[in-house]
Design a protein around this ligand. Structure first.
Ligand code: NDP
Length: 242
């Protein structure tokens, strides 16, 4: 099918740059109307302009995933603009603190959990009523291999993504009767602002240092599965054991 997401509406947190922007462009090219969200409106405006220049439909709504009211407003405004929500990609993420536990700044540690885990919960919490109203839907959470293996200095990030892994399982069980599939996408290392300064340590051995566009085919696959398709699963682009 030429436009497999025609008639559908997708909300993408972290849609201003990096992986979220690439997925927003990919979904719009597949026919979806897309609402991109992040804290910075400048980057959202750029994503929206790219989609519209390519003939797609998009809006950008600044929202902070750590703020409950702002997430409720994001979904209310998307509903107002496009009349429904079918697909939600929780991509907003933060990895600002990479320190040993003993040397971590507790406020920065909490901030990572608040963005990556509580932010994902808030995204789901605000999205569920609209997905239920649509009668079916897809929720895709951008996880990480670090949620599955330990590593010194990564306690905040790895703990947040390990929590996300469990949140995906529980949400999938809670929403299976509503035809809402909930799955995790693990991209493996991707060249974005997120890994700046660590590029040399990633993509080693059999691993593949991707561009954001390389994540799009998997994100499209996950968004286009039938109502009887997979839920509660992890789909990974990594080339090593998680
Ligand atoms: P980027 O830093 O390029 O993008 C992160 C996005 O999240 C930005 O749009 C940022 O916008 C947004 N964001 C951050 N904090 C918040 C917040 N509190 N509320 C709303 N939006 C927020 O990173 P990537 O594209 O690489 O990362 C996207 C996801 O992929 C993350 O969840 C990350 O954990 C995951 N991932 C990335 C990997 C990689 O190698 N790049 C590997 C494995 C997983 P703004 O700052 O304006 O709010």
């Amino acid at each position: 099918m030429d436009k497999p997401l025609q008639g559908q509406v997708a909300v993408i947190t972290g849609g201003g740059r990096g992986i979220g922007r690439a997925i927003a462009l990919g979904y719009a090219a597949a026919g979806a109307a897309v609402c991109c969200s992040s804290r910075s409106s400048t980057q959202l405006d750029e994503t929206v302009a790219l989609i519209i220049a390519a003939g797609g439909r998009a809006i950008g709504i600044p929202a902070d995933v750590t703020d409950t009211a702002s997430m409720a407003q994001l979904f209310a405004e998307t509903d107002k603009a496009f009349g429904r929500v079918d697909i939600v990609v929780a991509c907003a993420g933060d990895a600002a603190e990479n320190k040993l536990v003993a040397e971590s700044d507790p406020m920065k540690w909490k901030q990572i959990i608040e963005t990556n885990l509580i932010g994902a919960f808030q995204t789901a919490h605000a999205a569920i009523p609209l997905l239920r109203r649509a009668g079916a839907g897809k929720m895709i959470f951008i996880g990480s291999g670090m949620g599955h293996r330990s590593g010194p200095t990564r306690s905040a990030y790895a703990s947040s993504k390990a929590g996300l892994w469990m949140l995906v399982r529980i949400l999938s069980q809670e929403l299976v009767a509503d035809n809402i599939a909930v799955n995790e996408l693990i991209p493996g290392p991707v060249m974005t602002d997120f890994i700046k300064g660590r590029e040399g340590t990633l993509g080693a051995g059999s691993e593949w240092l991707k561009q954001p566009e390389d994540v799009v085919p998997m994100a499209l696959f996950m968004a286009t599965q039938p109502a009887t398709g997979p839920t509660g699963q992890t789909f990974s682009l990594a080339r090593r054991e998680l």
